[in-house]
Design a protein around this ligand. Structure first.
Ligand SMILES: C[S@@+](CC[C@H](N)C(=O)[O-])C[C@H]1O[C@@H](n2cnc3c(N)ncnc32)[C@H](O)[C@@H]1O
Length: 521
């Protein structure tokens, strides 16, 4: 075997799995599985299937997930850069599927970086409601924010906070909470050999303490009748069933509800808590009752020797409510219109080359002549740009931080004092007194929402040149624009109709506005 598994790990798994162990061990000889999840904020599954550059094999527990051949490098396709799909380990798609997110929900993803599950939640919210996505690591929230933006999410707030500080601000607020807990990562050994090397150096107790604290703090933030999904990518019962049993013992108004039967989930291993040799003392040490331990049978596991995936643990913790009928979730969140609906290539061709009809433009709007210096001038800069360049009236509060503008699904007061990486949809900033649209404004737009569009073809290499940051020669006839905006100025650049970013067109030249940190390398 190429991969060196830690001896203490294999000994423990042999003890736990008994007869199943050889099969489990043999799974490490198989290649790892790669998956993509279609981002339904940008394209529906059938439309993607029609244009997919890869052969797609469905993942049983996720309707939008597909196995793909890793050697085809899905991260190196323009459609990835257009946010049409997210590359995600197949088992990792399971927790959000059972979180049961509906458009309009108030969702917290507490341990979210780099954002695989957050982007999946955002797709399920379909632009309505709120996603608060958080990670304690400042470094990792950079990737989280980027993935939120690449995937065209408008209604997310990205935090870099401790769960306690969020709980102080949002008591009983969210009706869905995901805890994809930090863990010893035993299910990652095949994907990342470094995890196997690190495993022995880390203390299990350090993880279980963290997991306990995160779950108990999350319970403070759940509204009555809401749901928490707890997941890990590790096999150890200490980090899984034992955490859930301890929680159930303390919180009698929760139950673990069974996982759907069609996803390939194996049951939780309550028996490991009460019977397995060497673990009996664990239950005793944690004072777990046999009754609480037994309830963890309803948890679920994806095993690498039973399904095509690296493995995961998940538990649905349902609060018994009752849901307060006076609790109207929308009272917290201004009604951000659902302009993130999935759109197909048909929508993309609605905009034809050349002039297009004006829509929603404020007549007589003028470019502000002086540099913007105060909040009302910053706002006026945005409004002018919106009326001139966009066909969109987004609801939600425009928040100003320094010279940066966001449209946020929450009021500024709610976020005061919290380390906020993104306070909503980043729409632009003011540079040299002029409003400049932000890159995430472009990535979350639909082609029909921009007044000036350039469609590049994926086939002829032009898209890649744009993604590399090159200046392109583009004839005027290729720019589509509304009648009175003219062809000059900011252009929404698309890959066959799917937005990539901004360019600035003047006299046959497209100046590239694709951000340096995002470029194709
Ligand atoms: C398994 S990873 C999350 C993966 C992510 N859910 C995804 O799907 O892309 C666990 C994350 O928890 C974060 N973390 C660790 N301790 C935390 C804490 N106390 N509060 C919040 N996040 C924490 C880590 O920085 C790490 O990014």
């Amino acid at each position: 075997m190429g991969l060196q598994l830690p001896v203490a790990f294999t000994t423990k798994m042999q003890q736990l799995l008994g007869d199943e162990y050889e099969e489990f061990l043999a799974s490490y000889e198989k290649p790892r599985y790669a998956g993509i999840r279609i981002n339904t904020l940008k394209i529906d599954v059938e439309s993607f299937r029609a244009i997919s550059p890869f052969e797609l094999k469905p993942i049983p527990w996720c309707k939008t997930g597909f196995y793909v051949e890793e050697s085809l490098k899905p991260g190196k396709h323009p459609y990835y850069h257009a946010g049409l799909y997210y590359i995600q380990e197949p088992s990792a798609m399971a927790p959000v599927e059972v979180l049961d997110v509906q458009p309009g929900d108030l969702v917290l993803d507490l341990c979210a970086a780099p954002g695989g599950k957050s982007t999946q939640i955002a797709a399920k919210l379909s632009g309505q409601g709120l996603l608060v996505t958080n990670d304690i690591s400042a470094e990792r929230t950079k990737a989280l924010a980027k993935n939120i933006e690449l995937n065209g999410v408008r209604n997310a707030i990205v935090l870099n906070e401790t769960p306690e500080r969020i709980a102080d601000r949002f008591p009983q607020f969210f009706n869905r909470i995901l805890i994809d807990a930090p863990c010893s990562g035993e299910g990652m050994f095949r994907k990342d050999e470094e995890m196997a090397r690190q495993w022995e150096k880390r203390s299990l107790e350090q993880y279980t303490n963290m997991q306990h604290d995160i779950l108990h703090t999350a319970a403070r933030m759940l509204s009555p009748g809401g749901r928490i999904v707890y997941s890990t990518c590790t096999f150890s019962p200490e980090e899984n069933e034992a955490i859930i049993a301890g929680f159930l013992q303390e919180y009698e108004d929760y139950e673990v509800i069974p996982l759907p039967g069609d996803g390939g989930f194996a049951p939780g291993r309550a028996d490991w808590l009460v019977q397995a040799e060497g673990l009996a003392d664990l239950t005793m040490r944690q004072g777990l009752t046999a009754e609480a331990a037994a309830k963890t049978d309803h948890c679920g596991r994806l095993w690498p020797h039973q399904v095509d995936g690296e493995g995961h643990f998940l538990a649905i913790l349902q609060h018994q409510g009752p849901v307060d009928p006076s609790l109207d979730l929308t009272q917290y969140v201004p009604n951000v219109p659902n302009s993130n609906d999935a759109h197909s290539a048909d929508h993309a061709v609605l905009v034809k080359k050349g002039k297009i009809r004006p829509h929603g433009r404020a007549k007589g709007a003028r470019t502000p002549s002086k540099p913007a210096t105060n909040e009302s001038e910053l706002l006026a800069g945005w409004e002018h740009f919106r009326d001139e360049q966009l066909r969109l009236q987004p609801a939600g509060e425009v928040m100003i931080y320094g010279t940066n503008l966001y449209i946020s699904p929450l009021s500024k007061e709610r976020l005061n004092g919290l380390r906020t990486v993104r306070s909503g949809w980043y729409i632009g900033s003011v540079k040299n007194g002029r409003f400049t649209p932000a890159h995430p404004l472009a990535t979350a737009l639909k082609p029909g929402e921009a007044s000036r569009i350039l469609e590049l073809s994926v086939q002829d290499g032009e898209v890649v040149r744009y993604l590399k940051g090159e200046t392109l020669e583009i004839q005027q006839s290729r720019i589509s624009y509304i009648e009175d905006s003219g062809p000059k100025g900011f252009v929404l650049v698309t890959a066959e109709g799917y937005p990539l970013g901004w360019g600035k067109w003047i006299d046959g030249i497209l100046k590239n506005e694709y951000p340096a940190g995002w470029r194709w390398t």
